[in-house]
Design a protein around this ligand. Structure first.
Ligand code: GDP
Ligand code: MG
Length: 171
């Protein structure tokens, strides 16, 4: 069976746990323990093939980029999350992308940038164009999503699966 390890990265409070819970359990609640870091499994059928996804919801490692090194080495694909109502969380993304690019230098990994909390449009600090531009410059995918309203959550993971399948075909 195909097995992929997907890692969620991004600043605290952007909704990594909410997106994970939405994808795994189809639910949303207001408060997730920000220190909880956990690994989840979900099997998905793609093109008549069952794929086992292992999803790592990381927590509180922003300050320790050496810890991030360890995750990144073990990951096959990455979800990099910011929150559209916080420009500082958007600015935190570039160093994470750079770190992934450096570590996966010889074997580039599929990556998607996610602007979460798109339901908070009234408090928006990051335009969709800005997210789009960063993704273009980083040669990766981009999507705005809402874990709360269940907008584009499955699409995040299907996009990565598509990228992983293309990568497999090209070797
Ligand atoms: P993490 O630290 O990245 O894991 O962030 P959490 O998943 O714990 O979410 C932080 C806070 O943002 C929580 O209060 C969530 O309820 C809230 N949140 C997460 N996703 C969304 C969303 O799509 N929309 C809104 N409005 N709030 C969200
Ligand atoms: Mg969390």
């Amino acid at each position: 069976m195909l097995k992929y390890k997907i890692i969620l990265l991004g600043s605290g409070g952007v909704g990594k746990s909410a997106l994970t819970q939405r994808f795994i359990h189809g639910s949303f609640s207001e408060g997730y323990d920000p220190t909880i870091e956990d690994c989840y499994q979900k099997n998905i059928e793609v093109n008549n093939e069952t794929c086992q996804l292992e999803i790592l919801d990381t927590a509180g490692t922003e300050q320790f980029s050496s810890m991030r090194d360890v995750y990144i080495k073990s990951g096959d694909a990455f979800v990099i999350v910011y929150s559209i109502n916080s420009i500082s969380t958007f600015n935190d993304i570039q160093p994470i992308i750079d770190q992934i690019t450096t570590i996966k230098d010889s074997d580039p990994a599929p990556l998607i940038i996610v602007g979460n909390k798109c339901d908070l449009d009234d408090d928006r600090e990051v335009t969709e164009d800005l997210g789009q531009l960063l993704a273009k410059n980083s040669h990766c995918s981009f999507i705005e999503a809402s874990a709360k309203l269940d907008l584009n959550v499955n699409e995040i993971f299907y996009d990565l699966l598509r990228q992983l399948a293309n990568k497999r075909k090209s070797v």
